[in-house]
Ligand binder design. Structure first.
Ligand code: SF4
Length: 334
C-alpha cells in the first residue's frame, strides 16, 4: 500500500453556465520518502488535485473517484477527521510565504499553536520544539526568531519558517505548491535542498507542484505531467525529461529558457492552455500540438502504459513523430 493513492479522481464545479470539469480521472501514487512532481501550466489541475487530499476544494465542488491516505478514504472523512488529517498527517506549503504567515502574531506563537492543538504538549515543550524546528530548516538564531514577526525576515527565510510550521506535527506527507516560484534562484536552491534533506531524514512523502521542469529535474523522483485536468505523462523524472513521450511534455521542455535543449532553439508553446469553459473535443492539446492528426480532434487518448514504468496519453512518439514505438510497447504488453 502506498502512502497516498489517488484513483480516478474527478473534480467538477457547478457554475451559472453549467458544470465545469476541472480534474478528470487522475490516478497518482506517492510512497513514503518519495518526492513526486506534478507539472503543467496554470489551470492544468495540479493544485486542485493536491488540495483534494486535504479536503480544501472550493465550496460546492463535486468529487468522484478515490483518495486513500495510509489506507483511509479521505473523501469520506468528516469535517473533524479532516481537520485532524490536515494538522497532523498532511501539511501544505504555499507559493507565497507572506500570505502563509500572520503579520500580527509572532513566529513562536504561530509555530507552537500547531503543537499545542494537535499534539497537546505544554507551552514550554512546544517552545523547545519550535526552536528545534527552526534549527531543522536552518534558520539562523532560531531562539530569537520566535519573538520576531514575519516582516523581520526575507522571502527565503519566511518560506523556511512556513516549512517549519508545516513540519511542526511531523506530517507524513507534505504538499509543496510552487514553494520556490516567488524566490530568487539562490534561495530557491536552498529551499529545494531543504525539502530533499527533510524527506531523507524523516521519511516524509512530498508532492511538489510546479510548472518549472528545471526544478523537477533536481528534486522529484517521479513526475506526473498534467494538461487540462488529466495526467498526460508519467514516469521516473529523469526518463520523462530525457525522452518525453507526450508532445506536451516535449513542448514544455522546448519552452524552457535555460537547460539542455541540445542546441534546439527556445520554442514557446503556441496558443493558450485549454480552459474548463472551452475545452476542445478530442485530445485537449490538439489545437497547440505540432503532431496533431485529424483524429486527434475527435478522440480522447487514454493514458497507456509503456515500457520502463512510463505512461503517456498520446499515440505519437514526439521523438519520432509517429506512433510506432507506443504501438510496439502495447504489442509487447509493456
Ligand atoms: Fe498531439 Fe494528437 Fe497526441 Fe494529442 S493525441 S498530443 S493532438 S498527437
Amino acid at each position: 500500500m502506498s502512502l497516498l493513492e489517488i484513483d480516478g479522481l474527478a473534480i467538477a464545479l457547478p457554475t451559472r453556465t453549467g458544470v465545469r470539469r476541472l480534474v478528470d480521472g487522475v490516478d497518482l501514487r506517492v510512497e513514503a520518502g518519495e518526492v513526486v512532481g506534478l507539472a503543467g501550466e496554470s489551470g492544468s489541475g495540479k493544485t486542485l488535485t493536491a488540495l483534494s487530499v486535504l479536503g480544501l476544494l472550493p465550496h460546492g465542488a463535486q468529487t468522484g473517484g478515490q483518495i486513500r491516505f495510509d489506507g483511509r478514504d479521505v473523501l469520506a472523512l468528516r469535517r473533524r477527521e479532516l481537520r485532524r488529517l490536515r494538522g497532523a498527517d498532511v501539511a501544505i506549503v504555499f507559493q507565497d510565504p507572506t500570505t502563509a504567515l500572520h503579520p500580527m502574531i509572532d513566529i513562536g506563537t504561530q509555530l507552537t499553536e500547531h503543537l499545542r492543538v494537535h499534539r497537546g504538549v505544554s507551552r514550554k515543550a512546544a517552545r523547545a520544539r519550535a526552536v528545534e524546528l527552526l534549527g531543522l530548516v536552518r534558520l539562523p538564531d532560531s531562539a530569537r526568531a520566535l519573538d520576531a514577526f514575519a516582516h523581520h525576515f526575507s522571502g527565503g527565510m519566511k518560506q523556511r519558517i512556513a516549512i517549519a510550521i508545516a513540519l511542526a506535527c511531523e506530517p507524513r506527507l507534505l504538499i509543496a505548491d510552487e514553494p520556490t516560484t516567488a524566490l530568487d534562484v539562490t534561495v530557491q536552491a536552498g529551499i529545494l535542498q531543504l525539502l530533499d534533506r527533510l524527506r531523507r531524514e524523516t521519511g516524509m512523502g512530498v508532492v511538489l507542484i510546479t510548472h518549472d521542469l528545471a526544478v523537477m529535474n533536481v528534486t522529484a523522483d517521479r513526475l506526473y505531467v498534467m494538461y487540462a485536468g488529466r495526467i498526460v505523462e508519467e514516469g521516473a523524472t529523469r526518463g520523462v525529461l530525457d525522452s518525453p513521450r507526450h508532445p506536451y511534455t516535449r513542448a514544455l521542455l522546448d519552452a524552457l529558457p535555460e537547460g539542455d535543449r541540445h542546441g534546439r532553439p527556445l520554442l514557446p508553446i503556441p496558443g493558450e492552455p485549454a480552459t474548463p469553459e472551452a475545452r476542445p473535443a478530442g485530445c485537449p492539446f490538439h489545437p497547440r500540438c505540432v503532431h496533431a492528426r485529424p483524429e486527434c480532434s475527435s478522440r480522447v487518448p487514454e493514458l497507456v502504459t509503456l515500457a520502463g514504468g512510463r505512461a503517456a496519453a498520446c499515440p505519437v512518439d514526439p521523438l519520432r513523430g509517429d506512433g510506432s514505438s507506443v504501438e510496439l510497447a502495447r504489442h509487447r504488453g509493456g
